[in-house]
Design a protein around this ligand. Structure first.
Ligand code: ATP
Ligand code: MG
Length: 430
């Protein structure tokens, strides 16, 4: 136990407590709005030096961008582990034969198709049911081996027609996909409800819980409903939902004809809103186990089909959504939980007084230190654009005091060193 704790601690130190001098940071802020980007999230993320465009729907992630993405992934990972998910990694590349087995080689409309050696057909997986089902078939034989919950955080490829929304609709994007395998429908139903609770925790840690509706959507051929997690986004939402404010539940546009009132409380006063789907959960039942003839030996000795569920969430789309929702005319306003650094420390002194503060604070928190020889005006502007949730200023004018400003607040406060340490300890308390 001690060893484990030490290991986790090291992990924490390596990945979370990081410091960086802005003069060394790869990626810099850009004044001009990129001409070929229509979406606010891509404009701001490019201008602030988080991402860089390669082509429509394909982006490079710079150090700041990768930090945010990893913070989002880590929140998702922790909640998936908490409901028994075991992390795996499936390949990006797959032979056409797997997709032909399920009949989706011809029916999945945004599938990238490519030729390998010997003219063999391959795809870059847009989702991974075709990979995970035969994999789990190899390790499950009897009811004793079930249930199984596995997930990954992996790059997906979809040849999306409308790749104009920055990180909201990538042609290459990140997905967390969890798959569950059960002895029967009842067990699947039970786990499905557990995943809903985990998703609520993820959304609230990302600070979009209050804006995200569990949305009833069509369940396809096998289930009455599936559920989408739709985050209200008035300017860029591609989807239309009908929300019940009492329940944080909504109905998808395609379903509203059949289901005109709240499926939970019967409320008839639903509000039409624009939204972005950040996650999606689905009872697959035996759709894929049938294709791969994945059965198990039940307690009574009979061979029975395995029941499956799949549960997606889009970390890169969430990153774009956060920018769409949390920004102002000056830049991004990251939620504290995913901010690329805890503290943005600005040295506005003429004699580099900030260095000592930087060394001290970075022992406890992650700090981006603006040590550049730029004007105070430029440093303040860049800091607003980057959007780290807490800014700290050291300047000659302030003497031994510090100015603290939360990015989301208008007002700042000036404090002495003791007050500063108290403030930070309280603000970052888990
Ligand atoms: P949409 O209807 O928006 O295309 P989808 O129904 O195709 O989404 P799923 O196949 O269920 O989405 O994928 C699971 C999750 O992956 C989605 O909820 C979303 O968060 C994310 N996602 C899907 N497509 C993209 C994309 N092109 N770019 C970024 N994220 C995506
Ligand atoms: Mg899609």
């Amino acid at each position: 136990m001690l060893v484990k704790y030490y290991y986790l601690n090291t992990f924490f130190v390596q990945y979370n407590i990081k410091k960086m001098k802005q003069s060394q940071l790869v990626g810099r802020s850009i004044k001009e709005i990129p001409k070929d980007e229509e979406s606010l999230n891509a404009q701001l993320l490019i201008r602030a030096g988080f991402i860089d465009k390669v082509t429509a729907g394909v982006y490079n992630y710079l150090p700041l961008g990768l930090k945010v993405l990893n913070n989002i992934n880590q929140i998702i990972r922790e909640e998936m582990n908490a409901i028994g998910g075991q992390e795996i990694l499936l390949p990006v590349l797959a032979p056409a034969s797997l997709w032909q087995t399920t009949g989706r080689w011809d029916s999945f409309d945004v599938l990238f198709k490519l030729k390998g050696s010997g003219n063999k057909d391959f795809t870059l997986n847009p989702t991974h049911e075709e990979l995970v089902t035969p994999l789990i078939k190899k390790v499950v034989f009897s009811y004793k081996d079930l249930p199984v919950y596995v997930y990954q955080i992996q790059t997906k490829f979809r040849n999306e027609a409308r790749a104009k929304s920055g990180l909201l609709r990538g042609r290459e994007f990140l997905m967390k996909d969890l798959y569950s395998f059960h002895i029967d429908e009842e067990d699947l139903d039970k786990y499905y409800e557990e995943v809903k609770v985990a998703y609520r925790k993820i959304l609230s840690r990302l600070e979009i819980g209050h804006l995200t509706y569990e949305t009833y959507a069509s369940g396809g051929a096998f289930s009455k409903y599936s559920h989408e997690y739709q985050t209200v986004s008035p300017h860029t939402g591609e989807d239309t939902i009908y929300t019940c404010k009492k329940c944080l539940v909504a109905v998808n546009k395609e379903l509203i004809v059949e289901q005109p009132d709240c499926p939970k409380c019967g409320n008839k006063e639903l509000t039409e809103e624009k939204s972005t789907e950040v996650g999606n959960i689905f009872k697959l039942k035996t759709r894929f186990s049938d294709s791969f003839q994945f059965t198990y030996t039940a307690r009574d000795g009979k061979e029975k089909p395995v029941f499956m569920g799949c549960y997606g969430i889009g970390p890169s789309r969430i990153m774009g959504t956060l920018v769409e929702i949390f920004s102002d005319k000056n830049g991004i306003i990251w939620p504290k939980s995913v901010s690329p650094y805890d503290i943005h420390l600005l040295d506005l002194t003429t004699n580099k007084q900030g260095e000592k503060v930087y060394q001290k604070l970075s022992k406890s928190w992650s700090v981006l230190f603006d040590d550049r020889s730029e004007s105070a005006g430029k440093k303040l502007k860049d800091s607003d654009l980057i959007g780290i949730s807490l800014r700290l200023i050291v300047s000659n004018k302030l003497g031994n005091k510090f100015e603290i400003k939360l990015r989301k607040d208008e007002k700042s406060q000036i404090v002495n060193q003791d007050k500063l340490m108290n403030f930070l300890t309280k603000y970052f308390k888990k």
